[in-house]
Structures are given as structure tokens and as C-alpha cells.
Design a protein around this ligand. Structure first.
Ligand SMILES: [Zn+2]
Length: 123
């Protein structure tokens, strides 16, 4: 549910920039011209759309790749509280905080570097 709200917020936020970009593309009183503002507008729309798609994909990843998902996908690598790497079998799993206001941690294998799953910060 929290993720759905995050996605809606992101789409609303980026849609605002798409609209600003589209407004720049609108013809002014002299009619449409392929000037600087048209290019600026297109860059705005492209960047906002790119940010939106990337953000939603990232949230989808956090939403999907949880500890429970890992446990269900690799039952042999989760034994009680002991988690091992699905790729190389190493029990040395570390967590690191992800930047960019994601508020998530990435759990990864210190042996081969594979990402195992993600968890929200503060849990
Ligand atoms: Zn590994």
C-alpha cells in the first residue's frame, strides 16, 4: 500500500514536469517555431518521463524483491535466520543503505556481490 502511494506521488510529481514541458511546446502568438523553447520543452518531457519510469521500476523492485520473496524463491538458501547467497552459497551477507532517498537497504553477498533482496530502512 505504501508502495502504491509512492508510485502515485512519483507519477503526479513527474506529470507536473511533463505538463511544464508540453506548455513550452505550445505555439506562442507567432505560431510554433523550432526554437530553443521547443527543444527545452522536449528535453523536459523526456527527462520527466525517464525519471518517472525509472522511479516506478525501482519501487517495483523494492516491492517484489523482499526477504519473503527471497525465501520463497530460494528456499534452500534460507534456513531460519540464516541466509546464504543463491549464487555462490556464501553465508556472508551484508546490508548497505541505498542513497537517493530510497529508504531501503540492499542485502548483498560479500563473496560474489550478488544482490539478494531489499528491505525498508528502520526495520
Ligand atoms: Zn554470493
Amino acid at each position: 500500500m505504501k508502495y502504491t502511494l509512492q508510485k502515485i506521488g512519483l507519477v503526479v510529481f513527474c506529470s507536473f514536469f511533463v505538463l511544464v514541458g508540453l506548455a513550452m511546446l505550445l505555439p506562442d502568438k507567432d505560431g510554433f517555431e523550432w526554437g530553443q523553447s521547443a527543444f527545452m520543452g522536449m528535453a523536459f518531457v523526456a527527462m520527466a518521463a525517464f525519471t518517472m519510469v525509472r522511479g516506478v521500476m525501482r519501487i517495483n523492485k523494492f516491492q517484489k524483491k523482499t526477504y519473503l520473496w527471497y525465501k520463497a524463491s530460494y528456499p534452500l538458501n534460507v534456513d531460519g535466520n540464516r541466509v546464504t547467497c543463491f549464487s555462490c552459497g556464501s553465508p556472508r551477507i551484508n546490508a548497505r543503505g541505498l542513497m537517493n532517498h530510497s529508504y531501503h537497504r540492499e542485502h548483498y553477498c560479500t563473496q560474489c556481490g550478488a544482490t539478494l533482496y531489499y528491505s525498508p530502512e528502520g526495520k
